[in-house]
Design a protein around this ligand. Structure first.
Ligand SMILES: [Zn+2]
Length: 236
């Protein structure tokens, strides 16, 4: 069900999902607002809940607009944790390196001077390799922390976790409790990354997608289905 709220003269559309959950949740994904509520919640309570969160919703929607604008303005950008960072290339005498400036949303890429004579295609190839390294670097701590969090919550143990580019899966889990996480995930929100780490870790307990598996997973992330929707969008 779609509804409209107003905040400081701005219309905010939101979609209500009634689900088998205990609490109400709001999730802002780019320009969409999703409100998940327990099945029997009456409209007045939903309205009140949404109204109490309007400032937060509005700020998130504005942030997305700004990010979108930045993206159009700077074709040369890289997406990290659902934000676009501008890429600046500097030619130096040292090896290939990079620095992520989170505050100014800039990624500095240092290239040896000899690359200055590369044609566009050659430079794009080099940048794609560096981007993979940046994704790995950014994901590494986030994934480590998430594994730690869910090892404590579930009592399960991950044997080994590796980050690698995968074409057809966000993650994998083997019967030896080894987990792989797709480096492409660095482009998405930390919550979306969390949903993948949790998904793979739950396979340590259930090596299938049975009812019991989903029940177990959703006991840790009730809004899993909504969080996962973000991963349907593709980014370069
Ligand atoms: Zn799975």
């Amino acid at each position: 069900m779609e509804k409209i709220a107003e905040y400081n003269g701005n219309k905010i559309n939101y979609i209500i999902y009634k689900k088998k959950i205990k609490n109400m949740y709001i999730h802002v994904n780019e320009d969409k607002v999703y409100v998940s509520v327990p099945i029997n919640t009456n409209d007045k309570i939903i309205d009140k809940f949404v109204n109490s969160k309007l400032k937060w919703i509005f700020n998130n929607l504005e942030k997305y607009k700004l990010i979108k604008k930045n993206n159009i303005e700077n074709k040369n950008s890289i997406r990290i944790f659902s934000n676009w960072y501008k890429i600046q290339i500097e030619y130096t005498n040292s090896d290939i390196n990079f620095k992520v400036d989170m505050k100014n949303m800039i990624v500095l890429i240092y290239l040896p001077i000899l690359y200055k004579s590369e044609n566009k295609e050659g430079l794009d190839n080099i940048l794609n390799i560096v981007k993979q390294e940046i994704y790995k670097f950014m994901l590494s701590d986030v994934v480590k922390e998430l594994i730690f969090k869910y090892e404590k919550l579930t009592g399960l143990h991950v044997n080994k976790c590796s980050l690698k580019f995968m074409k057809s899966a966000w993650g994998r889990c083997t019967s030896n409790r080894n987990i792989s996480i797709n480096t492409e995930l660095a482009k998405y929100s930390k919550r979306a990354i969390e949903s993948v780490v949790l998904h793979e870790m739950c396979h340590i307990k259930y090596m299938n997608h049975s009812k019991a598996y989903w029940q177990y997973l959703k006991s840790f992330m009730p809004d899993y289905d909504i969080v996962k929707e973000e991963l349907n969008k593709k980014y370069i």
